[in-house]
Write a new protein. Structure first.
Length: 296
C-alpha cells in the first residue's frame, strides 16, 4: 500500500498573516510611465517605486520578527524551562528542557543544533523549542558537542566525531524516554543541518523515534544504502543550499519512497543553508504541525 505524501516547492506564506494594508499595497506597486518628454520623469518614478518596495520589504521582515517574538513573550508564562544533565561516554551533557505548563504527559521532541554549535545556532534553536512547548510538545535541546569539547565543527571534526555524537544522541533518547512527565511512546526529533544527519541516522535503527523533522540535513552515505526503516519524515531544504546541496533532499526522498514511508517535503526557492524571513516562519509552522500530527 502506498502512503500519501505532500511535496511542495516554492514560497508558501500563511494565508491569514495579519499584514497592514499599507504593507500589502507595497507588494503590487503601480508604475506610470510618461511618453516623449516625460521619459526622465518615468525613470525617476521607477527608481522611487523600487525604493518604496525595498522599504516595505524591510518592514515586512521586521513585522515577521516582531510577530514571532510577540507570540513567544505572550506564551512564556505558560512554559516551564529547566536545565539538567545526563551522562554520555563519561561526560556530562547539558540539556535544556522546555515543557508546556499543562497536566498530563506530553510528547517529547529531541532538538539538535548544527555544526555552528549551541553558540551560533542556540538562539534560533531555543526560540523553536519554546514554540514547541507553546504547542503542547516537550522540547529537549541537547548540547551534544560537550561530549567531544567541540565549539564549532568543521568537516574534519564532523568525520572524526560523528559516531561519538551518535552515541550521545542515543543516550539523549534514553534520557528522554526515562522522564516520568513525558510520553515515552511519542518521541520525535528536530535537527538542523548536522543535527538532521545525526537524527536520521538515529531514527534508522531506533523504533522509539516516531517522527523526524530535518532542516538542511541528509542521510549520510554510510547509512543511505543500509537503512531498512524510517519513521515519518518532514524534509525542509533551501534550493540554493551550498553547504548541504538540495540534491541530498531528493536522494532522501527516493529512500523514503523505496521504504514506503510517509513523508512531506518542502523546497524553498531562492533560499540557502539558512532560511530567512517568511521561509523561516513557514518552516517552523510546518515542523510544529508535522510533529503534532505524528506524535499525538
Amino acid at each position: 500500500m502506498k502512503f500519501p505524501f505532500r511535496r511542495l516547492v516554492g514560497p508558501n506564506l500563511p494565508r491569514k498573516l495579519p499584514l497592514h494594508p499599507h504593507l500589502r499595497a507595497g507588494f503590487a506597486p503601480r508604475l506610470r510611465l510618461d511618453d516623449g518628454n516625460g521619459a526622465a520623469s518615468g525613470a525617476q518614478s521607477i527608481v522611487s517605486c523600487l525604493r518604496l518596495i525595498e522599504r516595505r520589504r524591510r518592514c515586512f521582515v521586521l513585522l515577521l520578527y516582531l510577530l514571532m517574538h510577540s507570540i513567544s513573550a505572550q506564551t512564556s508564562s505558560a512554559i516551564q524551562q529547566t536545565t539538567n544533565t545526563f551522562q554520555s561516554g563519561g561526560k556530562k551533557i547539558s540539556v535544556e528542557i522546555y515543557k508546556p505548563a499543562t497536566f498530563g504527559k506530553p510528547p517529547a521532541v529531541l532538538v539538535l543544533h548544527g555544526a555552528g554549535g549551541i553558540f551560533m545556532d542556540g538562539p534560533a534553536i531555543r526560540r523553536f523549542a519554546r514554540v514547541l512547548a507553546q504547542n503542547g510538545l516537550a522540547a529537549f535541546v541537547v548540547h551534544y558537542f560537550e561530549r567531544t569539547g567541540t565549539v564549532f565543527a568543521r568537516n574534519a571534526s564532523i568525520h572524526k566525531n560523528f559516531d561519538v555524537w551518535r552515541e550521545t544522541v542515543n543516550d539523549a533518547v534514553d534520557y528522554m524516554a526515562a522522564q516520568p512527565d513525558v510520553d515515552p511512546r511519542a518521541i520525535g526529533c528536530f535537527g538542523y543541518s548536522l543535527g538532521g544527519y545525526l537524527l536520521l541516522a538515529q531514527a534508522a535503527h531506533d523504533p522509539r523515534v516516531k517522527a523526524v523533522v530535518e532542516l538542511a540535513g541528509a542521510l549520510d552515505n554510510e547509512h543511505a544504502g543500509l537503512v531498512k526503516r524510517l519513521p515519518p519524515i518532514l524534509i525542509l531544504h533551501g534550493e540554493q543550499d551550498r553547504r548541504v546541496p538540495v540534491e541530498n533532499a531528493f536522494r532522501l526522498e527516493k529512500i523514503l519512497q523505496r521504504l514506503n514511508v510517509r513523508y512531506e517535503m518542502k523546497i524553498y526557492r531562492g533560499e540557502g543553508h539558512v532560511l530567512l524571513g517568511p521561509s523561516q516562519l513557514d518552516a517552523a509552522m510546518r515542523a510544529v504541525h508535522f510533529l503534532q500530527q505524528h506524535l499525538k
